[in-house]
Design a binder for this molecule. Structure first.
Ligand code: 13P
Length: 333
């Protein structure tokens, strides 16, 4: 393991900063745009990315941004390629490298994340384009008898292989086993299932000899299902998530970042704060949100140039609050 990779991993979880996930596939980006009345084209998707990536002052709160292939090759309004624009501000450019999910054969409702074929070559190109880290996401629904042992095995095995390939190509892997919050399961179930998945993931990483000092875990918090009749509040979520991580994340892991999973932005900030207040942990913890950071900004922007500054102000404020929450210092809006 090179010192450069360890240094990149440390910088990704620098104290008081976090990661912006801006790596929606073309399909997901289209959904985000449609929700605010904007048609999805190559140019509107570029404007959508520029809204966030060219906002002044984000370097105070962002250590890195996860990009999608299309954005990696596009330019900001000022003509600078997006990865270069980020790097100039000291923000690490990263790239989503999985190629989405396909149904897992004989396992209705479950998926396997694909993208290992040709991964070495793609990573070499991304590194040349400026990427310093990667992301691969697997997703696990909770339901009766789900996730199955086969889904956990297939997906954690692929995550470990991906991580090994990233290291060989000089990139830091973010391993993201998302346990979905859809459903009526309670907090204890979410904690138990996420624990099973994390145990399998770290076993697989160990099996492939992956050096955790240059690996970032991106995980769900332990949260109640979206249809749970008694959704847990920040204190319960903070307690369960802190326990979950302490029980399952090896101390030599470089850092832990959270996805937002569809929770409302303010709620997510409260949850992050509640987890951080239960530190210190053996690894830094911070955010790597997509929807919880982007949602309020997109609502104001709605594709109009005259709204860009007001929308960016809201983005900056959300970032500031999430950065405070990552330190356990958030005191409300
Ligand atoms: P959300 O924060 O919207 O859950 O997305 C994070 C992410 O990167 C999912 O892969």
């Amino acid at each position: 393991m090179t010192e450069e990779l360890r240094g990149t991993a440390r910088k990704m979880v620098e104290r008081g900063k976090g990661l912006l996930a801006a790596d929606e596939s073309t399909g997901s980006a289209g959904k985000r745009l449609a929700a605010v009345g904007v048609a999805s084209t190559l140019e509107t998707r570029r404007q959508y990315r520029d809204l966030f990536l060219s906002a002044r002052g984000v370097d105070a709160y962002l250590s890195g941004v996860i990009l999608f292939d299309e954005t990696m090759r596009q330019r900001a309004d000022d003509g600078t390629p997006f990865p270069e624009r980020l790097a100039r501000q000291g923000i690490l450019p990263g790239i989503k490298v999985d190629q989405g999910r396909v149904p897992l054969p004989d396992h209705p409702g479950e998926t396997a994340t694909q993208g290992l074929g040709g991964l070495e070559q793609r990573l070499a190109e991304y590194r040349a384009l400026g990427a310093r880290f990667c992301k691969w996401r697997a997703a696990f629904p909770i339901a009766e008898h789900l996730p199955s042992p086969e889904a956990i095995f297939a997906n954690t095995e692929a995550l470990a292989q991906y991580a090994q390939i990233c290291h060989a190509q000089g990139l830091v892997p973010i391993v993201e086993p998302e346990v979905l919050m859809d459903g009526d399961h309670d907090l204890a179930t979410a904690e138990r299932v996420t624990g099973l998945v994390l145990r399998a993931l770290f076993d697989a990483l160990d099996g492939y000899g992956v050096d955790l000092s240059a690996v970032i875990l991106k995980t769900s918090m332990a949260v109640s299902g979206s249809l749970d009749a008694r959704p847990a509040g920040p204190e319960e979520v903070g307690e369960a998530t802190a326990r979950l991580l302490r029980d399952h994340v090896p101390p030599d892991t470089a850092g832990v970042v959270f996805l937002s999973g569809g929770e409302p932005p303010v709620r997510e900030t409260e949850f992050l704060n509640a987890v951080a207040r239960r530190g210190p942990f053996p690894w830094p913890v911070t955010f790597s949100f997509a929807r919880a950071l982007q949602g309020p900004t997109l609502e104001i922007w709605r594709g109009r140039a005259e709204n860009v500054e007001a929308a960016r102000a809201v983005f900056l404020r959300r970032l500031e609050l999430d950065a405070l929450a990552s330190l356990g210092l958030y005191e409300g809006e």
